[in-house]
Design a protein around this ligand. Structure first.
Ligand SMILES: N[C@@H](CCC(=O)N[C@@H](CS)C(=O)NCC(=O)O)C(=O)O
Length: 206
């Protein structure tokens, strides 16, 4: 196994979290380098694209969360070997990435503008993504996205839905997911109750 260093914010969410979870699930040793927000400005310029996550593999660096997810998924057995199943997993991960970018654009808005932007997203684009991603879960049988087992697509979706349902997800209706994508709400619970994930968050006091 290569020597791995995963660098990301000190957050249990967003783009760096699926790879962390996969490495924990598979028991693959890695350095979990967490950058506190206050330390980010001086670190930013040292990152290839001034962003994280960044994964070092035997001293070589790769960036881009879904690239990291695919690579880590292959190391941990949580990414399909079959090309078609891999494409279905990629589709889910890339769609979640797209809607993440849309949501991110609202983060720094002033409260009134943020409220309006998030209300609009909840009625239109975000709603569509929830419904379309739920349809892809249904296509996989309703429990897992592909291969009827946990893969990186499930971890990416789990992290996304958990943040949408979090009390910190300002101005998104609290019942948005439950009302519009109940299969994704159940999927969240399914992944959350995976013994390795439950143990991981219990150990982190979450
Ligand atoms: N396309 C990149 C986007 C990376 C990205 O925007 N990361 C955010 C955190 S989730 C970041 O580093 N933000 C800090 C900044 O832009 O200063 C990926 O998928 O990894």
């Amino acid at each position: 196994m290569p020597k791995l260093v995963l660098t990301y914010f000190d957050l249990d969410q967003s783009r760096g979290e699926p790879a962390r979870l996969a490495l924990h699930i598979a028991g693959v040793a890695f350095e979990d380098r967490r950058i506190p927000w206050k330390d980010w400005p001086p670190v930013r310029d040292s990152m290839p694209f001034k962003a994280m996550p960044v994964l070092e593999v035997d001293g070589q660096v790769i960036t881009q969360s879904n690239t990291i997810n695919r690579y880590v998924g292959k190391l941990t057995g949580l990414y399909p070997n079959d090309d078609w199943q891999a494409a279905l997993a990629d589709e889910v991960m890339d769609a979640i990435e797209d809607i993440t970018v849309e949501i991110e654009e609202t983060i720094a808005l002033e409260p009134a503008a943020k409220k309006n932007a998030r209300a609009a997203l909840s009625k239109d684009l975000l709603l569509r993504y929830l419904q379309q991603i739920e349809a892809r879960l249904e296509r996989g049988g309703g429990e897992w996205f592909v291969e009827k087992r946990l893969t990186m697509a499930d971890l990416k979706c789990f992290v996304w839905i958990r943040s949408l349902k979090s009390p910190r997800a300002e101005y998104f209706p609290a019942d948005l997911v439950d009302r519009n994508a109940p299969l994704l709400a159940r999927h969240l619970e399914r992944v959350n109750s995976h013994p390795k994930i439950a143990a991981y968050y219990a150990a982190r006091g979450k």
